[in-house]
Design a protein around this ligand. Structure first.
Ligand SMILES: Cc1cc2nc3c(=O)[nH]c(=O)nc-3n(C[C@H](O)[C@H](O)[C@H](O)COP(=O)(O)OP(=O)(O)OC[C@H]3O[C@@H](n4cnc5c(N)ncnc54)[C@H](O)[C@@H]3O)c2cc1C
Ligand code: SF4
Length: 599
């Protein structure tokens, strides 16, 4: 294991970036380097295209930043934030209408709820520099090479025709212009190129991947799994975007060693867990076809007034504040769902007065995600007092697949939800927040650790036209770019679903024989899931959609938007694996069209 870590360090990518040549016309310019931008870079450079990748954030010194194995006593603040920094909590999002309301003046650095540790503070944005306005929304952004993939939770799930053709099942919204059979080969490519762990279950509503070695469920998790089986519900190993067998074709990533202390601190230091830099961007640079420029905040997609086509981008160096223009045959927007909508709305011109690719008026609309909050904690009495087990060296615990609105119709809501959860011993055992001190307290914690099980729900938020984002007419970010304004709220379907989540969580854990410790029915603020989707949905009708099935703008044929913006609905399954599979498919099409001179 030690050897592999040294190997990973030896292979780590140089921090120095050669000066990008901005005088030449690239085949493609990609905006953003997360899951979507990284995948676009991989696919297009493999096709031999000359690609420029622009990333607003910095290149992290990833070997120093991702400290998966650091012990708390080796950290100046035991892993907490240094003085002068503050991470927003739930109440602060909902009550004070932050991040910019009164009460936070003392905190020079203000982070989203995710930025609550020393391990995250350099990855997530400083909210002060990146304001947004409108309705309450917990917007988590990571401005650095790799974006949010540096810290993602790694649950890597496929969507199915229960999602792509959801309108056929319940009449709501729109169907996607693709079926599972269109995207399945690309899911396979993503599995094989990046690695995924899990167990086959043969469920039509949660298709299997091509899995590497699975992680093991622990005792309490197996008990819950067996209890659920009697109810016809499926609990499976956490399907993690992690390579457990290793990837011979990628020298930047090691296989997962489940090293015992690697609880998620904001990234995997040996890159067993997928992140865009080591999984996609460094290999793309090795082709010799990719030019990377970090600290490059794109503020506008430029348009050739003679042809109406995208001509390139206008960006500002995030540090020096100098402005640049660069030209490309194709522009690929991959700045993440909300930032991509913002950029397209910013790219107004005489030809496109409502923003680029917005003749339908749907840009920024149909914004959807996952509703979170309800969950349950239980205790297995027969595990109390048992020796502790090594459980925190896993990329995740379990996933309980959707069971609502599959064969029967629920009377109060449409669509579904799943649960993420886990049990077992960990470095910081459950219960340490209970009152008590001294030897008896420690004994109590030790005795109970490993006996608790917990899970929380993620449910589909319906994609509704009236949930949207636009540009704030007054507020601007540090770079003088208009901020995004939210007009977004959960609706009746979500609230009814949340009620059911709470009831079923309790019912299932109880039925499996656990003692209920607490049931949570609090709905978390909009945005908490960090699964924002749908602001430039795809479709066959240019009047009601922004992109076609290849994430190509209906209006501007050399413009592609390859991130979660293109989703037609949110499903209840986590989106990143689908973002990458769709992007791969679209970039294959793009390369083909470019070769035929069709763009
Ligand atoms: C803590 C956490 C846990 C998560 N857990 C899961 C999970 O378990 N499963 C799952 O499927 N998903 C999960 N996600 C979500 C997942 O990370 C995202 O779906 C994924 O990263 C989206 O990829 P993206 O490329 O669209 O956006 P990002 O990864 O956010 O990348 C976008 C990039 O674009 C850059 N950018 C933005 N604006 C500009 C601009 N104007 N100019 C240039 N560059 C720009 C940003 O700096 C950023 O680097 C999680 C996210 C977080 C933060
Ligand atoms: S459990 Fe595996 S994927 Fe997670 S941090 Fe440890 S080595 Fe990385």
């Amino acid at each position: 294991m030690r050897l592999d870590r040294c190997e990973a360090e030896k292979e780590s990518f140089s921090m120095a970036e050669p000066e990008a040549d901005l005088s030449k016309k690239y085949d493609a310019v990609i905006i953003g380097s997360g899951a979507a931008g990284g995948m676009a870079a991989h696919v297009l450079t493999t096709h031999g295209l000359q690609v420029l990748l622009l990333e607003a954030g910095k290149k992290l010194n990833i070997e120093k930043e991702l400290r998966s194995m650091e012990w708390p006593y080796d950290n100046a603040h035991r892993g907490g934030l240094p003085p002068g920094s503050h991470s927003l909590n739930h109440n602060e999002y909902t009550i004070r209408r932050p991040p910019f309301g009164p009460g936070f003046e003392k905190s020079k650095n203000l982070y989203s709820y995710i930025g609550s540790t020393d391990y995250m503070k350099n990855i997530v944005v400083n909210e002060r520099e990146n304001p947004y306005t409108g309705t309450n929304y917990a917007w988590v952004r990571a401005r650095c090479l790799g974006g949010k993939t540096n810290i993602w939770g790694r649950l890597a799930l496929r969507l199915s025709d229960y999602d792509f053709k959801a309108k056929d099942r319940d009449g709501f919204g729109e169907n996607w212009p693709i079926s599972y059979s269109d995207i399945a080969p690309y899911y396979d490519k993503v599995d094989l190129y990046l690695g995924i762990t899990g167990v086959k279950e043969n469920l039509p509503y949660l298709p299997d991947s091509i899995f590497q070695r699975p992680t093991k469920l622990n005792c309490a998790e197996v008990t819950l799994q067996q209890g659920l089986k009697k109810m016809g519900r499926v609990l499976t190993q956490y399907r993690a975007g992690v390579t457990t067998d290793g990837l011979k074709h990628n020298k930047y990533r090691s296989r997962c060693y489940g090293r015992g202390a690697c609880e998620r601190k904001g990234g995997c230091d040996i890159h067993a867990a997928f992140d865009s830099p080591t999984g996609l961007i460094y290999p793309a640079m090795d082709t010799g076809n990719l030019t990377l420029r970090t600290n490059s905040t794109v503020r506008e997609i430029t348009v050739d007034p003679a042809t109406g086509k995208a001509s390139g981008v206008h960006f500002t160096d995030s540090q020096t504040m100098k402005d640049y223009n660069v030209k490309a045959k194709v522009v690929i927007v991959a700045a993440s769902t909300l930032e991509s909508a913002r950029l397209l709305l910013l790219s107004k011109s005489r030809l496109y007065p409502n923003g680029l690719a917005n003749s339908s008026g749907h840009l920024g609309h149909n914004f959807c995600e996952h509703v979170m909050g309800p969950g349950v904690a239980g205790q297995a009495k027969d595990l109390v007092g048992k020796p502790s087990t090594l459980d925190d060296g896993r990329p995740g615990g379990f996933y309980l697949a959707r069971f609502r609105n599959l064969t029967e119709k629920h009377p109060n809501f449409i669509r579904g939800y799943g649960f993420e959860g886990g049990s077992g011993s960990s470095m910081f055992p459950a219960g340490t927040d209970q009152p008590g001190f001294g030897a008896s307290f420690k004994e109590e914690i030790r005795k109970n650790q490993g006996s608790y099980i917990g899970m929380g729900a993620f449910g589909e938020v319906l994609a509704r036209y009236e949930n949207y984002v636009d540009l704030d007419p007054v507020v601007k970010d540090k770079w003088g770019i208009p901020a995004l304004r939210f007009h977004y709220k959960f609706g009746e379907n979500e609230h009814n679903m949340v009620k059911d989540m709470k009831e079923t969580a309790q019912e299932m854990v109880e039925a499996a024989g656990f003692k209920i410790i607490y049931v949570n029915d609090r709905v978390l603020t909009e945005g908490w899931s960090i699964h924002e989707l749908g602001t430039a949905r795809m479709g066959s009708d240019p009047k009601t959609s922004v992109l076609n099935q290849f994430q190509q703008s209906h209006d501007v044929k050399n413009l592609f938007v390859v991130d979660g913006s293109a989703f037609v609905n949110a499903s209840c399954q986590n989106p990143t694996w689908t973002i990458m599979a769709l992007c791969w498919r679209s970039c294959d099409y793009l390369a083909d069209q470019l070769a035929k001179n069709e763009l």
